[in-house]
Write a protein that binds this ligand. Structure first.
Ligand code: EZ4
Ligand code: CO
Length: 405
């Protein structure tokens, strides 16, 4: 089999997606997701100008060699643009191999370790009561784990809380530049315990709870947060601290037994190797798109398993359904799978473009038996939704200092 064409399609069915389609001389094609939110055209150019020409004529079955060629064979290793480009190629090649073999990708990885994939849903509210009402809706739908985020009194607009807006995309409205949102660690620390205390009061001790801090704290503040929330038994606290310095998590561990999760913006295992092998974290949250595809996600899962770290892949709406499907195959296989983030199966618009064979039942996803990744992409539908420049918000302290988003 030979690769005959490589197409890069940037579309915006609700939000921007960079989709890679690799075609072969046998009529089989594979799909990959290369979306890097806010920097979509950089990945598209990297793929079109620098990667596509190197793929034409190659045997798509040689997934490992092509991965090494695009990683080690390039002077510039790592980084989100490079790794998302490699990630899309890798996903598309696993898709092709599955279709050629007539098997879903989870079978190629080693088969099912479980019947379905457990999800956590998002409850984001403008008050604690509102957040808990939203949690109630998810519990009614059968979710066993819910992530809670609530607006902070005295701060206008808080991470995860979008008011009447559906997503960060809508938040930009007529100003196509990054929206700005305020942050105060003092105000946050003063309110956060009540959210989890009331959640346990109302929903009891069985339901799983998660929380995303979005890298707003220092290590010692995160230690204090962990201690404060320990008695509410969270499944994990996510991104308590940005960890360019991985030793930050050592400090957190010295102060709390609250489980820690991190990884959604990591590009290679080198970003989290110390945290994993020192057992400073409990869940690794990397995404197939941003970590360089299914091949390294599989390696990271195995490496993590040796250190009691479980997988909890990122599931934001800016990962396309192709990445989501890749996660579902990895999640069905990984012996140390923990949980999958879930914010819904796309929007009406994105569902015109992407077709997939996944069923949601009682807070779990059941994966169909279609060969490959089981996703299809309608190029004509995508053409109806052209790229639109967009950014995530930035966050600032109340005095204007730029803070972590
Ligand atoms: O920050 O959607 O865990 N999930 C998240 C998401 C992401 C945004 C951008 O990818 O942190 O809310
Ligand atoms: Co997150």
């Amino acid at each position: 089999m030979k690769i005959t064409d490589v197409r890069v399609i940037v579309s915006s069915p609700g939000r921007n997606f960079v989709t890679l389609k690799i075609l072969t001389d046998e009529g089989i094609y594979g799909l990959g997701d290369a979306t890097v939110n806010g920097r979509e055209m950089a990945v598209a150019a990297y793929l079109e100008e620098h990667v596509a020409p190197c793929l034409i004529g190659r045997d798509p079955h040689q997934i490992e060699d092509i991965w090494q060629y695009l990683y080690k064979g390039v002077y510039w290793r790592k980084g989100p643009i490079t790794m998302a480009s490699i990630g899309a190629v890798d996903m598309a090649l696993w898709d092709i191999k599955g279709k050629a073999a007539g098997l879903p990708v989870y079978q190629l990885l080693g088969g099912k370790s479980r019947e379905a994939v457990t999800l956590y849903g998002h409850a984001n509210g403008s008050t604690i009561e509102d957040t808990l009402d939203k949690m109630g809706d998810l519990v009614k739908q059968g979710f066993k784990v819910v992530r809670l985020q609530s607006a902070i009194p005295g701060l206008d607009g808080t991470y995860g809380v979008l008011g009447d807006k559906k997503d960060y995309f809508a938040l930009q409205s007529d100003r196509p530049l990054p929206p700005e949102l305020p942050w105060s660690t003092v105000k946050y620390m003063n309110m956060i315990e009540e959210l989890f205390a009331k959640a346990r009061e109302r929903f009891g001790n069985e339901i799983g709870l998660c929380h995303d801090v979005h890298s707003r704290l220092t290590p010692i503040e995160a230690g204090r947060l962990g201690k404060m929330l320990e008695k509410y038994n969270l499944l994990f606290i996510e991104d308590a601290v940005a960890a360019e310095n991985q030793e930050s998590y050592k400090i957190i561990r010295q102060h709390t037994t609250a489980p820690m999760a991190i990884g959604e913006i990591y590009n290679t295992v080198w970003d989290c190797k110390d945290m994993i092998e020192n057992q400073w974290i409990d869940y690794i949250r990397m995404a197939a798109t941003h970590a360089g595809g299914i091949t390294p996600m599989r390696r990271i899962a195995d490496f993590s398993a040796m250190y009691h770290v479980r997988t909890a892949p990122h599931g934001a709406p800016d990962l396309s359904p192709i990445c989501y499907a890749a996660h579902m195959h990895l999640n069905l296989w990984a012996p140390n799978f923990g949980i999958q983030e879930f914010v819904g199966f796309g929007t009406e618009k994105s569902n015109e473009v992407f077709k997939y064979d996944l069923q949601l039942r009682d807070g779990m996803v059941y994966v169909g038996d279609a060969p490959g990744l089981g996703v299809d992409f309608d190029e004509d539908a995508a053409a109806r939704y052209p790229y639109k420049r967009s950014y995530l918000p930035v966050s600032r302290l109340e005095d204007g200092t730029l803070w972590s988003w």
